[in-house]
Write a protein that binds this ligand. Structure first.
Ligand code: BMA
Length: 368
């Protein structure tokens, strides 16, 4: 059994993690309880009113600085495609990851992987996992998929050729039933086996040592009256997880959530508290790995999200919050505001709060 915690020092699950990867975990821990990093998915790639404008960012358009965390998605790398599931070139994604890292931000990568059994998307609702595991009908195809993923991750190097530390967040929202790896479609033991097989493949068979592994159950798939049990569905064990994430769109004022707003906020606080507490008890870090703040809230940032992140000692330990993407031409789907949008001033006030860190306020996360 690998001991992950020595006093205040937290070590990656990978005993051979690179010096920069260990440093990242250490520096994140030193921020715990004091700050939350703000992140945005696909921030360099496009925004609500633009795409492919080098250096542009919806976040920077509003507050003048880049996010402290950049998220990207590798869906379709597994099928050998040149572009990800949202049409972004993988060469461009590699470039944006290098750019984000060179700026000193944290990079996190999710993977909306296709179902290699049916050829369908990540949203295929079938019991896929047993076919992928050793001895399964599609073991070979899945090994190829993992190798294509590993090839891309292995190519993420900085200007000096050193591997860029990446928070890898595969099989996200596994407590939901919308992805082929989700709860209800597969046996829990099979999800655990898939997770361990993936980590073992990347780390042991492919020798990747620049990855921190984040698990990110979705709150919508967890009973708010049994948060800890629900959170730990499919938990692959302390030797397989570095970061306890949470994805939450449900408790953020969604029009399709009938609960009164105060109750939704209380559930968000409770879910964040549980996430951070479970992480603390196991010597792990915690993050709000995806969140969708509704534009319909009066002050979604300072009046809703920030008070949840600062609700108690546990929620203070949530290290970053990542808002999802701003698809071009679809302002109603944007998760961060445009200049002049009704919530832009509130977002700027959130960014200016001393608890919230943007790119320009980060310590050197990679200093050894
Ligand atoms: C989802 C949606 C999809 C997108 C996917 C991967 O949550 O935003 O439109 O394809 O993420 O980015």
């Amino acid at each position: 059994m690998v001991l992950a915690v020595y006093g205040e020092l937290v070590l990656p699950i990978d005993p051979d993690a690179t010096a920069e990867t260990r440093a990242l975990l250490h520096h994140l821990r030193s921020l715990e309880g004091r700050h939350v990093l703000f992140g945005h998915q696909d921030d360099f790639a496009y925004g609500t009113q633009w795409s492919a404008e080098p250096g542009r960012s919806d976040v920077r358009d509003v507050i003048g600085v880049y996010p402290a965390v950049f998220g990207f998605d590798l869906g379709h790398i597994e099928i050998g495609a040149d572009r990800n599931l949202d049409g972004l070139g993988f060469d461009d994604i590699r470039g944006w990851i290098r750019q984000a890292h060179a700026l000193g931000s944290l990079v996190t990568v999710s993977w909306h992987a296709d179902d290699v059994v049916s050829g369908g998307s990540a949203w295929t609702q079938a019991e896929t996992i047993p076919h992928l595991l050793p001895g399964g009908s599609h073991e070979q195809e899945f090994t190829t998929a993992l190798d294509r993923l590993a090839d891309f991750l292995a190519g993420l190097t900085d200007a000096d050729g050193r591997p860029i530390p990446i928070v890898f967040r595969p099989y996200h929202e596994h407590t939901g039933d919308w992805f082929w790896w989700g709860k209800g479609l597969n046996a829990e033991v099979d999800f655990i086996a898939l997770w361990r097989h993936t980590v073992d493949h990347l780390r042991l068979r492919r020798g990747l040592h620049n990855l921190l592994y984040a698990i990110s159950p979705d709150r919508a798939g967890i009973d708010p009256d049994a948060l800890a049990d629900g959170y730990l569905y499919g938990y692959p064990g302390d030797e397989y997880v570095d970061i306890f994430g949470l994805d939450d769109y449900r408790d953020l004022g969604r029009p399709n959530n009938p609960a009164p707003l105060e109750d939704q906020h209380a559930t968000l606080v409770a879910a964040l508290t549980t996430t951070a507490r479970l992480a603390r008890e196991r010597g792990k870090l915690a993050a709000l790995t995806e969140v969708g703040t509704e534009r319909t809230l009066p002050d979604p940032w300072t009046g809703y999200l920030l008070p949840a992140l600062m609700a108690n000692e546990d929620t203070h330990r949530i290290l970053w919050t990542l808002s999802w993407r701003n698809p071009t031409g679809e302002p109603e789907r944007a998760y961060t505001p445009q200049p002049g949008a009704p919530t832009a001033a509130d977002f700027a006030a959130f960014a200016a709060d001393p608890f919230v860190l943007m790119n320009d306020e980060l310590p050197d996360l990679y200093a050894r």
